[in-house]
Design a protein around this ligand. Sequence first.
Ligand code: E4P
Length: 218
Amino acid sequence: MKFFIDTANLDQISEAQQLGVLDGVTTNPSLMAKEGITGRENILKHYVDICKIVDGDVSAEVVSTDFDGMVKEGEELAKLHEQIVVKVPMIKDGVKALKYFSDKGIRTNCTLVFSAGQALLAAKAGATYVSPFLGRLDDISTDGLNLISEIRLIYDNYGFDTQILAASIRHTMHVIDCAKIGADVMTGPLSSIEGLLKHPLTDIGLEKFLADYRKGNG
Ligand code: E4P
């Protein structure tokens, strides 16, 4: 399972990278705005800065909603750095753009996916990644994990290469559950990754080992 961090914050990306388990980064316009990154030039520069920190794929989202606009933006983003993956929304022109990018060898992440049908379309259009938004489904009392299972089944039935990128991860149990289902990738906040290492028995055990060592060694 690949681990992506879902943020545009350079400090958090560096921290996750230093942990040694990071495989990539996802961003979206809201996450960029949260970091105060505005203006086309600054936004493009920020994507390159992220690519310099992380060894892996960096999703950069288009903000156009028409085919021509998405193609123009996506091509510009893809030229920025070889690690860039163009993030395209699951709308009609987005599906057309996914197919266009796929034919051109430009890697894509189909975002805002909330149903198995949308995921099937993304795979048919040749998306590199599909991003079902697990947490946002849970937020409206719908079973987000069930969607990940359905997509896994469909992709395995037909041998689609599109990787399932479980997005909108909110906590560590989401990561574990997605790993059990067989999602190819998870993207979430740093806390969802760091939460995996925590266990009170580890802390208690280590404290005892060190206390016993100190008893014998001063
Ligand atoms: C996916 O790539 C999105 O950036 C993200 O996971 C959305 O998560 P949220 O629902 O926590 O905003």
